[in-house]
Design a protein around this ligand. Structure first.
Ligand SMILES: C[S@@+](CC[C@H](N)C(=O)[O-])C[C@H]1O[C@@H](n2cnc3c(N)ncnc32)[C@H](O)[C@@H]1O
Length: 360
């Protein structure tokens, strides 16, 4: 007897359609957040009370009809509160997430990358065919700026006052004058925060991408720090002379084509009593656990294809770890294989990152 063809459960399919439509809505609301950030609309609303679209248009010098449509969408997305009679207000809670760049919860900056991240989609079909991804330079300046603005709030508010004092003996060395390297330094925000706090120490930033290195040089200049030295790691790699007291890698090992080789280079560069601080994405040990227990998994796998795994496969033979590719067991194993013997986890209260204090 012929097998019955499986039947579509229409109710279930309708639910899936609803879910997919919601995701499409999320993409478009993200685009609207991009515009709000770019046009300074959240800042203009912050502390302004309940305003009309005419008042916001006047304040920002923009056209009222466009502002009104944007406000309607933001209210529909529950980001801005509709107060009735054509008035809209930004709550204090949304302001710390979307308007106040000095807040540790600020996320608005990440949205500046969206147009270039979406443009990268035109290049990725070729990567799916060839297997080779894009470097951070190939992704473009806005993607790098998005990384900078996404990660900067933690560096500016937590790194020096809360995180470094929890590491064994590091702050005393930094006060006295230490040699420090930040590998995969990007636009240098972490380096600059540390350089300002510890003027007797020298901070060496290494990156292989020219766009973030140029931005790091600009950032160091405008911060007025003289103790930051930047290196193009491709031409001027980390010396293996056991001279570094403290080495950091913030959110970059999983982006590297050969993190195993970089770990071995760090082992050679660090003093026998030195400390290496790793920050990497707080992934679960297995895909199955990420599927069940990691609410950020859809976002993290998406950013992996667009950014992190792409970078980690940007050369043939890349290990391709990707955004969720360095959970604690993998970090323990790889650092041990690179010759480190001590590995301690540290909780610096960051929902995205895990931190490891690693020593020879
Ligand atoms: C996600 S960004 C993080 C930047 C910075 N650490 C931060 O927290 O803002 C990853 C950085 O790692 C850099 N990178 C990738 N492979 C590298 C390598 N082999 N050596 C040094 N930097 C590398 C990329 O160019 C990029 O700037």
């Amino acid at each position: 007897m012929a097998e019955m063809a499986p039947k579509v459960d229409i109710e279930k399919a309708k639910k899936t359609a609803e879910q997919v439509f919601g995701l499409l809505g999320g993409a478009l609301v993200s685009a609207m957040i991009y515009l709000g950030d770019r046009l300074g609309l959240y800042q203009a609303l912050n502390g302004a009370g309940a305003v009309t679209s005419e008042e916001l248009a006047r304040k920002t010098g923009l056209h009222e009809r466009w502002i009104r449509e944007w406000l309607h969408g933001q209210a529909a997305a529950n980001l801005i509160d509709y107060k009735g009679e054509g008035r809209f207000a930004l709550s204090l809670e949304t302001a710390v997430v979307l308007a106040d760049e000095s807040s540790p919860l600020f996320l608005g900056g990440a949205f500046c990358a969206i147009p270039q991240q979406m443009a990268v989609l035109n290049l990725l079909p070729e990567s799916f065919k060839s297997g080779v991804g894009l470097t951070y330079d190939q992704m473009g300046p806005e993607v790098n700026r998005g990384v900078e603005r996404l990660l900067a709030p933690w560096f500016r508010t937590q790194l020096v006052p809360s995180a470094l004092p929890k590491l064994d003996g590091v702050v005393a060395k930094l006060h006295a004058g230490a040699k420090v390297a930040d590998i995969g330094c990007g636009s240098g925000v972490a380096l600059i925060e540390m350089a300002k706090a510890y003027p007797r120490s020298q901070f060496h930033g290494y990156d292989i991408a020219k766009i973030p290195l140029a931005r790091a040089a600009e950032n160091a200049k405008s911060a007025g720090v003289k103790n930051v030295i930047l290196h193009d790691a491709g031409a001027d790699p980390l010396a293996g002379d056991a001279s570094y007291d403290f080495i950091t890698t913030f959110d970059c090992l999983h982006d590297m084509t050969r993190p195993d080789l970089v770990m071995k280079a760090i082992r050679k560069a660090i003093k026998p009593d030195g400390t290496w601080l790793i920050a990497d994405v707080h992934g679960m040990p297995t895909f199955e656990q990420n599927l069940k227990e990691n609410p950020l998994a859809p976002f993290l796998y998406g950013i992996s294809v667009i950014c992190c795994m792409s970078s980690a496969l940007s050369e043939p033979g890349g290990l391709g770890l990707g955004t969720l590719g360095l959970p604690e067991p993998v970090a323990r194993k790889m650092t041990a294989e690179a010759g480190f013997t001590r590995f301690t986890t540290r909780d610096f209260e960051n929902p995205i990152n895990a931190y490891y204090e690693v020593r020879p």
